[in-house]
Design a protein around this ligand. Structure first.
Ligand code: AP5
Ligand code: MG
Length: 240
């Protein structure tokens, strides 16, 4: 796949970043549980770089690249993009000085055991360790409610909800003033398929990280602030 790489604005919190030990974590959870919402809070407050495989695919689609065309055919059906392609894409995004220096919050990757094993190899190559993997636990009903009102910024990726987190100005991002959009895979049939794929392929990752002693379970049904507090509970926040 030789297409140029789409760009996403990440790692802008330079002041915080420069004073902290890099945080290296994974967010695991079903579609709509709030992985992107938490990744954004963790970036703003702890300075690690959020790397969302879904968001990278959407940027590739937007940029009309070969990878974007291929990814689109899977995403619109709610299926996983083939792991070989996904792993190479994430290896490139992770193997940067910026990620090494500031740490990362992986959102949506790994998504099956093959990807988890590949991530282990990437971390060995980078000579770094994972701090922990957070499982955001919630039932399917809540997920469907959350996805039905979601809107995202077309430029910076900030996430909103018509009821629980409306933007200050309708249809525009509070952070960068760009238009908000609903996602094409938030159609009810596609949501059902995404949930099925999650239970079949992604949920087993909890056992994988439990066995490594890295799993932290969090109640994802609470408010975003309460979920954030559970994620950082016990973390050594004085990371300088
Ligand atoms: P991806 O983009 O990763 O989507 P997803 O996993 O389905 O998760 P979402 O982004 O839909 O939800 P989220 O958990 O981030 O929730 P959010 O914070 O937005 O992947 C999309 C597709 O790309 C996949 O289906 C697949 O095809 C492909 N793909 C991606 N990664 C891949 C991989 N590794 N391998 C192969 N294929 C891959 O929150 C949702 C809403 O709820 C928002 O409106 C938000 O405001 C609200 N909200 C959030 N938290 C709370 C809360 N605590 N209380 C109330 N409301 C909340
Ligand atoms: Mg997301």
């Amino acid at each position: 796949m030789s297409a140029p790489q789409a760009t996403i604005e990440v790692g802008q919190n330079e002041e915080l970043n420069s004073n902290t030990r890099p945080l290296r974590m994974i967010l695991i959870g079903p579609p709509g549980v709030g992985k992107g919402t938490q990744a954004s809070l963790l970036e703003q407050r702890l300075g690690a770089i959020p790397l969302s495989s879904g968001m990278i695919f959407r940027a590739e689609i937007e940029a009309d690249t070969d990878l974007g065309h291929l990814a689109q055919s899977y995403i619109k059906r709610g299926e996983l993009v083939p792991s070989g392609i996904t792993i190479e894409m994430m290896r490139k995004r992770m193997s940067t000085d910026n990620v090494r220096k500031h740490g990362f919050i992986l959102d949506g990757f790994p998504r099956n055991i093959r990807q988890a094993e590949a991530l282990d190899e990437i971390l060995v190559e980078m000579e770094i360790d994972l701090d922990f993997a957070v499982s955001l636990d919630v039932n399917d009903e809540i997920v469907v409610q959350r996805l039905s009102g979601r809107m995202g910024c077309t430029k910076c990726g900030e996430i909103y909800h018509s009821q629980t987190k409306p933007p200050k100005r309708e249809g525009l991002c509070d952070k960068c003033n760009s238009p908000l959009m609903t996602r094409s895979d938030d159609h009810p049939d596609t949501i059902r398929e995404r949930l099925r794929v999650f239970h079949e392929q992604t949920a087993p990752l909890c056992d994988y990280y439990e066995k490594k002693g890295l799993l932290k379970r969090v109640d994802g049904s609470k408010s975003p602030e309460e979920v954030y507090d559970q994620i950082v509970a016990g973390l050594d926040l004085d990371r300088s």
